[in-house]
Design a protein around this ligand. Structure first.
Ligand SMILES: Cc1cc2nc3c(=O)[nH]c(=O)nc-3n(C[C@H](O)[C@H](O)[C@H](O)COP(=O)(O)OP(=O)(O)OC[C@H]3O[C@@H](n4cnc5c(N)ncnc54)[C@H](O)[C@@H]3O)c2cc1C
Length: 467
């Protein structure tokens, strides 16, 4: 047996594990309510996938209303606060300012609902907001274990250059994306497909600069071909395109001519397995270089382009989902089920590529796919789906809540993740006030607090989109 020496023990009211957009929203909402909050992050900046994986595009916080062509706010709260701040600074693009007939920000008008942002500015804004809320951010710190007594977490054990430390608290929030804390605490979870555990592909993001976006968009418009499918088919027939994906996906960022290339799909990667991740990183880097060379030669507008950056972290879309007090099924989502304890929502489409099947649009094409039968825009998220079994003082926010994996495909984008994070942080403050386990928090009070903080009421969204 290996023994570890705990060098330091610190006490907080709430320990938020994982400093992606979800953990950020959670920590700030709890800090603003006076809780002494620790936010633990293994990287050197906040934002998670949004910054450290290069996904500089916040989806799911605005929704295109087809009749008015307006990108309506559907998350509110901290999402709106930080995006409005970046837009005002000129560090993010207001979706309603985008000319939908010349839209380099996405493949369809609905993708223009995403807020493209500068990751430098987002990181700095998150630092500022955490500081203002009194959040103690532990950077370059890994969560490695938990101490649990019965169904109560006592502390998380972290490691950084100073050695091992214990962070004690009455309340914890798991915003790691992978439900690491719930996993370490022995809470039941699911991972991947029921039949074989396989998960949706990952992507190693590449940013490209000096793209002639006029040439690219004119080609896309003229040929009604946002994904350049016919070019790729032709290259495939000639033996030039030998990648396991058949569509071009890229988003123009805040700087003219700079694109986030989201085209690569890495199959059979497990984001919770080091061997798999190490392979995806090394292979993904060289594949991006080969992909770029083909794009430069054959894609309109890329002739003078350059690679600006290939990220050092693989973008993982799916790993563990907790088995919570309530599990959102596909039927619940498709039929727009209502709950007494709805605390968040997603209006985003089901967006989860098949783990093995390669195609032009393999998340839309199958009649069995929930997108084909979805009756309601608003998918409500009940509070109970954030509560893991066997851990009374742990709440989970982000893509790892308790839901069917197809539902996760609609939850996982950043708007709903931040809405969940804000709900988790606010719930922690109410739990702390009442000295109760998370499952006994007064949910009506929680909703009232969230709406008072500008979070959108899912029932109001349903009136806009589902009537
Ligand atoms: C390739 C790709 C493209 C995407 N495209 C879009 C898009 O265009 N728009 C959109 O809105 N969404 C997109 N998504 C989805 C979205 O980006 C993520 O689901 C969302 O950002 C998740 O946020 P999060 O904070 O919950 O998790 P994460 O961003 O994963 O953050 C979790 C944080 O926890 C930290 N952490 C994890 N485990 C530990 C540990 N043990 N110890 C210490 N720290 C830990 C991580 O370092 C990370 O910072 C995309 C996802 C991928 C992978």
């Amino acid at each position: 047996m290996i023994s570890i020496e705990i060098k330091q023990r610190e006490h907080f009211d709430l320990v938020v594990c994982g400093g992606g957009v979800t953990g950020f929203a959670c920590a700030v909402s709890a800090g603003r309510r006076g809780l002494k909050v620790a936010l633990v992050e293994r990287n050197g900046s906040l934002g998670g996938v949004a910054t450290n994986c290069g996904v500089n595009h916040l989806l799911g916080g605005r929704k295109l209303k087809e009749d008015t062509q307006e990108h309506v706010r559907v998350v509110g709260g901290i999402f709106d606060e930080i995006t409005d701040k970046l837009i005002a600074q000129g560090d993010a693009i207001e979706p309603n300012s985008i000319d939908l007939s010349f839209n380099p920000f996405g493949w369809y008008p609905r993708m223009a609902s995403g807020v493209a942002f500068s990751e430098i500015a987002l990181k700095a804004a998150m630092d500022d907001m955490c500081a203002e809320a009194g959040v103690r951010v532990f950077y370059k710190t890994d969560i490695v274990s938990v101490v649990k007594e019965g169904d109560c977490l006592k502390e998380v054990i972290v490691w950084n250059k100073a050695g091992f430390a214990a962070l004690e608290a009455p309340y914890f929030a798991d915003c790691t994306g992978d439900a690491d804390v719930a996993y370490l605490a022995g809470c039941p979870f699911e991972k991947g497909r029921d039949e074989d555990g396989l998960m949706t592909p990952t992507t190693l993001e590449m940013h490209v600069e000096n793209v002639d976006e006029e040439a690219l968009v004119s080609y896309q418009n003229e040929h009604q071909s946002p994904k350049l499918v016919e070019i790729i088919e032709d290259l495939k027939a000639k033996g030039i395109w030998n990648f396991p994906y058949e569509i071009f996906v890229a988003i123009r960022l805040t700087e003219k001519g700079v694109f986030m290339v989201n085209t690569m799909q890495q199959y059979l990667v497990d984001g919770t397995d080091e061997v798999s991740i190490s392979r995806a990183l090394a292979e993904g880097r060289s594949e991006n270089i080969r992909l770029f060379s083909v794009m430069k030669q054959y894609f309109p507008g890329f002739q003078n382009a350059r690679i600006r950056k290939i990220y050092d972290a693989v973008g993982v879309r799916e790993t563990r989902r907790i088995k919570g007090h309530y599990n959102i099924s596909i039927e619940d989502a498709v039929l727009g089920k209502q709950y007494e304890d709805t605390v968040a929502a997603t209006t985003y489409n089901f967006d989860l590529l098949d783990p093995v099947k390669i195609g032009h649009d393999n998340m839309m094409g199958d009649a069995k796919n929930p997108n084909a039968v979805r009756k309601h825009v608003v998918i409500r998220i009940p509070y109970r789906s954030m509560l893991p079994q066997n851990a009374d003082n742990l709440i989970v926010a982000g893509r790892c809540i308790s839901c069917h994996r197809e539902v996760m495909g609609a939850v996982r984008v950043m708007g709903p993740c931040m809405m969940l994070g804000q709900a988790a942080g606010t719930a922690a403050a109410l739990a702390m006030d009442a000295k109760l386990p998370y499952c006994q928090v007064d949910v009506n009070k929680l909703k009232a607090e969230l709406y008072a903080d500008g979070v959108k009421n899912p029932e109001d969204l349903a009136k806009i989109f589902d009537t």
